[in-house]
Design a protein around this ligand. Sequence first.
Ligand code: FMN
Length: 203
Amino acid sequence: MPDSPPRLLAFAGSLRQGSYNRRLVHVLAEGAREAGAQVTLIELRDYPLPIYDGDIEAEGMPEHARRLQALMAGHDGLLVSTPEYNGSMPALVKNTLDWISRPIESGRSGVTLFQDKVAGIVSASPGPLGGLRSLLVLRDALAKLGLLVVPQQVAVGQAADKLTDYGVLNDDRLRAGVHGVGAAVVRHLGGVNRTDDRKGATA
Ligand SMILES: Cc1cc2nc3c(=O)[nH]c(=O)nc-3n(C[C@H](O)[C@H](O)[C@H](O)COP(=O)(O)O)c2cc1C
């Protein structure tokens, strides 16, 4: 294990106030912290971005996209809790990843900000499958960006009964599973060379 704790960037793929995924990402962050990580939990509401548009980018990268790139550059991995929309990940999550992947100020591809980093993913939904299908899509998207996505994942169904507050998951087995995703990310970061790339992008 490296001497400095792994730094993980965490967010939920939902903007709404009572989001189950926002509640769940706190449980995931807790698992990673208990395993030794330093977790930065952000709200995507604080980084509002238009749907990716090359014309907007040509006029200058949106400030929030630059801030997200700088955050990604300064972390060793990602923790994401995603809703499922029509069997896939929400546009918010994809759009966030797409903006981060655009060239950073040096001209280098933003995709390099993800490469060789490690991700842990979970989902929550009021439905019985817990958003499981969104995890398949998100896993694929993150892998294409060069992240190693740990095999452990948890989909929390019947979320209204189980995720009653931030960081509260009223199911011991599921909570252990979500903590296990965070711990697996930390374990994998102990075994891969962490990119020393924290000056790659600026806020
Ligand atoms: C456009 C849209 C599509 C949805 N599709 C699905 C779906 O395919 N599967 C599912 O389990 N829930 C689906 N839902 C319900 C979401 O799981 C539910 O709104 C959930 O609370 C969203 O996550 P959040 O609580 O973190 O905001 C959909 C909701 C919306 C708005």
